[in-house]
Write a protein that binds this ligand. Structure first.
Ligand code: NAD
Ligand code: DAU
Length: 351
């Protein structure tokens, strides 16, 4: 019986991960520590809230006392650190909270885990700290080449810099204390439960409300899209079989320009929902400051060492995703209303 402390489990990828793990394993226990910021939503976990293997603690990963309490009350085997401020646009407006949660929060988790796991000689058997990171720490690619685990870190936004800072602290705990850690660096995820400030759910939401579809710059920036369940599977594999201290890149060789994504969403909604939704909704707007041009992951290491490969082709994943948002319009309304609405409109009121 393994006990997982999952941080940020009420967010997009964290909630998908909790669903994935509870479906896959009978004999696990998951404690979800989440602050419930605007991006964290317990509705994402409604169907597991009564599962005896799952429990929720509302709290901040920066709070030493609360993290220590979890370790005192539970024999935590794995920390899976999803908790973060995750949106690049917000990081440009308010970098401080990104440094606080992403860097200091991660250090706090590392420190408590180290204190509970460290023995006279080394660390207790079977423990691991898995830090969920991003391909954005590598910066931006030109027209050719891919990010490899050996690519130097070169972040540009306050978000990616804070993630790079946290990655380096994880590395420091491995190098200095020999703490058992892994870092995963994944490309852009899409799928159910993604907060509609991110490109794909924002497009769907705006199409359904016949609002303009904001395309930053020339729309030719490239992202490497991966269906969220494939990311969850990779994390599970790295927890179980990843070599200690290693970084694993996760991506599905699925590069698309932003304008291609926009046109795909429009075409689906035009065909299946509302023929009045057309490319006339596209609105080219001012570019994101410091906008990275292209991301592309080389996933050879995780494929060769752990046998991971993405299972969901993009054409299937994007249809499944749009359909999920169409079937869950109440979810969309709920997460963008109430306290979320204030934050959302203050940032995105003009879109
Ligand atoms: P998200 O914004 O949807 O969710 C983040 C969660 O963390 C929320 O539930 C929020 O309430 C919680 N949180 C924020 N600050 C906290 C704090 N101080 N203490 C406790 N909880 C806090 O993010 P996501 O898209 O699910 O991303 C999860 C992780 O994966 C992040 O670390 C992100 O950097 C990384 N990642 C994301 C992507 C992507 O495409 N979304 C790709 C690669 C890596
Ligand atoms: O690459 C992994 C990263 O992917 C994660 O680490 C981040 O947490 C996650 O937010 C995501 O970052 P991006 O900045 O790539 O995602 P976003 O959905 O914000 O934007 C995707 C692309 O679409 C990007 O080039 C900016 C563009 N865009 C975005 C929005 C919200 C638009 O053109 N219009 C928009 O309204």
């Amino acid at each position: 019986m393994k006990t997982y402390l999952v941080t940020g489990g009420a967010g997009f990828i964290g909630s998908n991960f909790i669903h994935y793990m509870l479906k896959k394993y009978n004999d696990i226990k998951i404690i979800n520590l989440d602050k419930l910021t605007y991006a964290g939503n317990l509705e994402n976990l409604k169907d597991v809230e009564k599962d005896s293997r799952y429990s929720f603690v509302q709290g901040d990963i920066c709070d030493k006392q609360i993290v220590e309490q979890i370790f005192t009350n539970n024999n935590v085997d794995y920390v899976v650190n999803f908790a973060a401020e995750s949106h690049v646009d917000r990081s440009i407006k308010e970098p401080e909270v990104f440094a606080m949660t992403n860097v200091l929060g991660t250090v706090n988790l590392l420190n408590v885990a180290k204190n509970f796991w460290q023995e006279r000689e080394g660390f207790k058997e079977g423990k691991k700290f898995l830090h969920v990171s991003t391909d954005e720490v590598y910066g931006s690619l030109g027209e050719t080449g891919y990010f490899m685990e050996t690519t130097p870190i070169d972040p540009h936004s306050p978000y990616s810099s804070s993630k790079a800072g946290s990655d380096l602290m994880v590395k420091a705990y491995a190098d200095t204390y020999k703490m058992p850690v892994n870092i995963t660096r994944c490309s852009n995820n899409y799928g159910p439960f993604q907060f509609p400030e991110k490109l794909i759910p924002l497009l769907i939401n705006n199409c359904l409300n016949k609002k303009a579809l904001p395309v930053y710059g020339d729309g030719m920036n490239i992202r490497d899209w991966l269906y969220v369940e494939d990311h969850c599977k990779a994390i599970d594999m790295v927890i179980n079989n990843g070599r200690l201290g290693e970084v694993y890149n996760v991506g599905g060789h699925n590069e698309r320009t932003n304008i291609h994504i926009v046109k795909t969403v429009i075409a689906y909604i035009n065909e299946n929902v509302d023929s009045e939704v057309t490319e006339n909704l596209i609105k080219y707007v001012e570019d994101r400051k410091g906008h990275d041009r292209r991301y592309g992951i080389d996933p050879t290491k995780i494929k060769e060492e752990l046998g991971w490969e993405p299972e969901t082709p993009y054409e299937e994943g994007i249809k499944k995703t749009i359909k999920w948002y169409l079937d869950n319009q109440d979810w969309m309304k709920n997460v963008t209303s109430g306290q979320y609405q204030n934050y959302y409109t203050s940032m995105y009121g003009s879109k």
